[in-house]
Design a binder for this molecule. Structure first.
Ligand code: NAP
Ligand code: MG
Length: 491
């Protein structure tokens, strides 16, 4: 442990409106991915009792919160949003220190969260039901949406602020109460998120946050029979496990999972625009977006030029601590993540893909103690290779070439995932044909795979997701059940 570790703060869970240590006092240390010898803080390793207390608090808070009008609930949430806008710098620093992404990327995450949450609050005020013209005179027929009760939110470390916002806001505006379990790699971001609501005066127990491991506190939380819905973002492997837990109790699950997102670049594409979008979507946030581009499928006749343009962009990235304004590529999120990524790169080489740049743990001043990986570009990748099939979740891009449009589409679709895809072309007919055939929840034409807007849903197909998607109008749909009423008001 470095000298810094002695000054690292000890954090607490937020349960029933109080900041509390774990019931047995146990703590886990968190380390800065840019300097792994530095402990950034100590966080409660929540026990079964802590999890139970959080669900007790959420259960006790539910009736009064449910019975407020949506407008009254919105007032609390808007106050939290105002605090969020005031604390962008503070929150962004916490994101960078825990996750590693650059401060600019962290700020962009918080700004996006503000917009998404604003949208969900407004949605909650206007979209909670429908009236149907009744077939019987004198009857009012309508259907309204009712909250479910206590909901569990399990969030990942790659968008540790935005994802809790995207899940908790629709849950809360609809009248549910929430227990949030942030990823162990980003516990303080989850607590900072929660602090906004605590400081906004949200009634006690409406939002609770417990830290600890997924396999420990997370699994205990999901096993509590009082949990009425589970919203999870994370890996496909854990998502499938959670889906099984949920199915046993007929609890609904919203699963936003992994991706292996393709970009197709046809011979008539604007090469500069395509190369820029590809480099951004592959290497921003060190490739740790679920909607990153990790495979680019290029028309054979332009692949040489395209790869050149791509390499120039990859090589221009400046690795370093995300807090340094000169940094354009931060560390990956922790030693285990670094090890996994480097193993995938070695496997890619063993299976015969050619690494044109990067792919090593970076060394040098300011880098030796961190989880830094030089951005990697593989060429001569083939669809059967491990690096072509598995989500690497790091700054690693594989380039494929295709002789025909059909071959490009077939490579793009030839994986078990289906989150995001994109195509660069000026040919409207092939763009539309790609839109029809691409197997992805989100598709982009002449835009990068990671682009999104709050007013539309966000979710994957195939093994990238299951259940009603987040965001847009469906965010609230997931956290509500339909109640149908027929009212005879005239005989
Ligand atoms: P992960 O390992 O699946 O973990 C996600 C969350 O689940 C963490 O909070 C984790 O806690 C918790 N967890 C793990 N095992 C659990 C269990 N048995 N019961 C309950 N909770 C459990 O995923 P990750 O590594 O954090 O995140 C990266 C993955 O998320 C990638 O696959 C990425 O593609 C995906 N992702 C998808 C989207 C999307 O919208 N589709 C968005 C972002 C990320 P611990 O941290 O304590 O293990
Ligand atoms: Mg994990």
């Amino acid at each position: 442990m470095s000298a810094n570790s002695t000054t690292a703060q000890t954090h607490q869970n937020y349960i029933g409106g109080e900041w509390r240590a774990a019931s047995d006092g146990s703590l886990d240390a968190h380390r800065n991915p840019a300097r792994i010898s530095e402990v950034t803080g100590y966080f409660p390793r929540s026990t079964d009792d802590d999890v139970r207390a959080a669900v007790d608090a959420a259960e006790a808070a539910y009736p009064a919160w449910r019975d407020l009008t949506a407008h009254a609930r919105a007032e609390y949430l808007k106050r939290a949003l105002t605090l969020m806008s005031e604390r962008i710098e503070r929150i962004s620093r916490v994101i960078t220190i825990e996750n590693g992404k650059t401060l600019a990327e962290s700020r962009a995450e918080v700004v996006a969260a503000v917009k998404e949450m604003e949208h969900q609050i407004h949605q909650g005020l206007r979209d909670l039901g429908e009236i149907a013209p009744s077939a019987t005179p004198g009857v009012l027929a309508y259907q309204s949406r009712r909250p479910l009760g206590v909901c569990a939110v399990i969030s990942p470390w790659n968008f540790p602020f935005n994802v809790p916002g995207r899940k908790c806001t629709p849950a809360l505006i609809a009248g549910n109460t929430v227990v949030l379990k942030p990823a162990s790699l980003t516990p303080n971001v989850g607590l900072e998120f929660t602090r906004l609501f605590a400081d906004a005066g949200l009634p006690r127990g409406v939002l609770n946050c417990i830290t600890g491991s997924g396999a420990g506190a997370g699994e205990t939380l999901l096993g509590d029979s009082r949990i009425k819905a589970i919203s999870f973002t994370g890996s496909t492997q854990v998502g499938i496990h959670i889906n099984q837990l949920a199915a046993r109790r007929l609890v609904r699950a919203q699963l936003e999972l992994g991706g292996k997102n393709p970009m197709v670049v046809l011979e008539d594409a604007d090469l500069d625009a395509a190369a820029s979008a590809c480099a951004t979507a592959a290497f921003a946030c060190a490739g740790q977006w679920c909607t990153s581009t990790s495979r680019v499928i290029v028309a054979k006749e332009i692949s040489g030029k395209f790869v050149e343009a791509l390499l120039a962009r990859a090589r221009a990235l400046k690795l370093g601590d995300g807090l340094d304004p000169a940094t354009t590529l931060g560390p990956v999120c922790g030693t285990q993540q670094m090890k996994n990524i480097l193993e995938f790169i070695e496997q890619g080489k063993r299976e015969g893909a050619r690494l044109l740049t990067g792919g090593r743990r970076a060394a040098g001043e300011g880098l030796d103690d961190g989880c830094f990986i030089e951005p990697a570009v593989f060429v001569e990748a083939h669809p059967g290779m491990t690096i072509a099939q598995e989500e690497i979740f790091g700054p690693v891009l594989s380039v494929f070439t295709a002789d025909t449009f059909d071959e490009a589409v077939s490579i793009a679709n030839g994986v078990r995932f289906g989150l995001a895809s994109s195509i660069y072309t000026k040919d409207l007919e092939r763009a539309m044909s790609f839109l029809e055939r691409t197997e992805a929840g989100l598709t982009h034409v002449n835009m990068m795979s990671a682009y999104k807007e709050p007013q539309l849903s966000f979710g994957g197909i195939k093994e990238s997701g299951s259940g009603i998607p987040e965001g847009g109008r469906t965010g609230i749909e997931f956290f509500t059940e339909h109640k149908v009423a027929y009212v005879r008001y005239r005989a």
